[in-house]
Design a protein around this ligand. Sequence first.
Ligand code: YK8
Length: 177
Amino acid sequence: GRLYMNRVFRFSAEKMFELLFTDSYFARRFMTDRKITGATSTSWQRDASGSMKRSLNYTITINNPLVGKFSTATENQTLYKESREGQYYLVDSEVYTHDVPYHDYFYTLNRYCIIRNSKHKCRLRIYTDVKYKKQPWGFVKSFITKNSWSGLEDYFRHLEAELLEEEAELTQGSGDV
Ligand code: YK8
């Protein structure tokens, strides 16, 4: 896998969770920017193991000449019960892109870790892995992996930029460090 983000932001851990994992203004605007449309989401619900789950469905716009312009996608998120409100949040997100070539071979696992640093600071780590449901030929596998990394890189670079902008807006004039 790969580490796409590992950085401290001037938000509380709660705030970061709210921005990324609730129906926040930030999340909605980011989706609009990425041309992600038709998003529907279930609310967070506790499962038998004590973790919280929710799932999202949406249509993504793809910037890859090898692939059609749009694909529907499903994202299944798990907030692990080891998480501690305000302190530590661990979310695994499995993303299935239903309409891309070889979609039945792979999915993407994004692991988001939000750790409290101080009252107004947290660290966000995002680790990503491309997972295979069945083994494709070697060349197909490297093709899928390579195309996934480049799409993910672009996506998380954009997310980082938007989070930094949000940070600048929120801390503007507050004199907070
Ligand atoms: C989520 C991973 C792969 C996929 C794409 C597939 C190419 C197929 C390869 C062929 C288009 C929002 C990606 C990047 C689409 C976007 C997905 C997003 C960014 C040529 C063999 C969607 C996070 C996420 C996870 C996986 C990404 C897909 O919040 O390359």
